[in-house]
Design a protein around this ligand. Sequence first.
Ligand code: TRP
Length: 333
Amino acid sequence: MLGEQKICFSGVQPSGNLTIGNYLGAIRNFATFSEAYKCFYCVVDQHAITVRQTPADLRRRTYETLALYMACGLDPEKNTLYVQSHVPAHAELSWILNCYTMFGELSRMTQFKDKSSKHADNVNAGLFTYPVLMASDILLYQTDVVPVGIDQKQHVELCRNIAERFNQVFPDTFTVPEPIIPQNGKKIMSLADPTKKMSKSDENQNAIVYILDDRDTIIRKFRRAVTDSDTAVRFAEGKDGINNLMTIYSCFTGKNMDEIEREFAGKGYGDFKLAVGEVTADALAPVQARYKELLADKAGLEAQMKRGAEEAAYYARKTLSKVQKKLGFVQIR
Ligand code: TRP
C-alpha cells in the first residue's frame, strides 16, 4: 500500500519479440489495473541476461518493449513505466533476499528445470536465482497484486514465501503480494504443437503469432495451425488445437465458447481459422500503428525511461533503506 492506494507491479523481459500470448496473458490486462491501483510496469533487462543475449538486440528490444507497453494502452502519466537496470535497488535487494531464499526452493522451480535443460551449456547462477530478482522487483514497491501469466504463478508464490520468511524475522517489512492470473486466455498454446505454451523462443516461426506480425502473416500462420481430424468447431477434451484457437478468438471478440460453437456450427475448420486470423489482425492493427509512431521517437522513449526510473527509484529506495536498517547495515546518508 502507498497511503490509500494499492500497488500493482509486473514485468516483461525484453528478450525475443512479444507474442499474442504475452499480449493476451499479460500486457493487455495491465491497462485495466491503472484505474484502481498505482501501477509499476518494468522492462526487466536484468532478467533477460540469464540466457545469452546479443547486446545490440537487447538494447533495441528494451526500447521496443517500452514502446509496446505504451502502444498496448499503458499511459505513462498513469503508470510508472521504466527499465529495471536503471533502478539499482532491484539488484541490491536481490542480494539480500538471496540470503533469505533456500537452495531447495529454487531447485523446485519448474521454469529453472525447463530452462536449464534447454540451455544445458549455460546453467549459470543467475538462471537459478532468477526468481529472487523477481521477488525483489515485486517486494521493493510493497506490491499488493502481480498480474502475470499462469507460468509465472510459481515464482509469485515463492516471492510470498520469501516475504513471509523475512517478515517473520523483521515484522512489517514487506507487503505479501497476490498473483492475478487473467481469467480468459490464461495460456495461449503453440500453433504447431498445441500441447506446448506459445513461446517467443520457439524455433518454429509458424508456432508463434507476434504482436507485430503483419496481417497476411497472421492469417497465414492461423491457416497452418495444427488441429485434429474432427471437423466441428467444439471446445472439448483432446481438441487442443481447436481449443487454443477458440480461446484466442474468445479473447479478441469477448464471445464465450458456446457463442463461438453456435457461430461456426456447420462451418469447417478453414472458415474458423480465417476468422481467428482476421479478428487477431483487426485487434492488433491499432497497437501496431501506435507502436511505430512511438518507436520513431527514440528521444521521447529515453525521456520516458528517465522519468519512469526516477519515479520508481523514489519508492524502491524507501523499501531498501528500511530493509538495510532492519538488517543492521550502517546508514551513512
Ligand atoms: N519472470 C517474468 C516473465 O518471464 C518477468 C518478470 C520479472 C516479472 N519480474 C517480474 C513479472 C515481476 C511480474 C513481476 O514473464
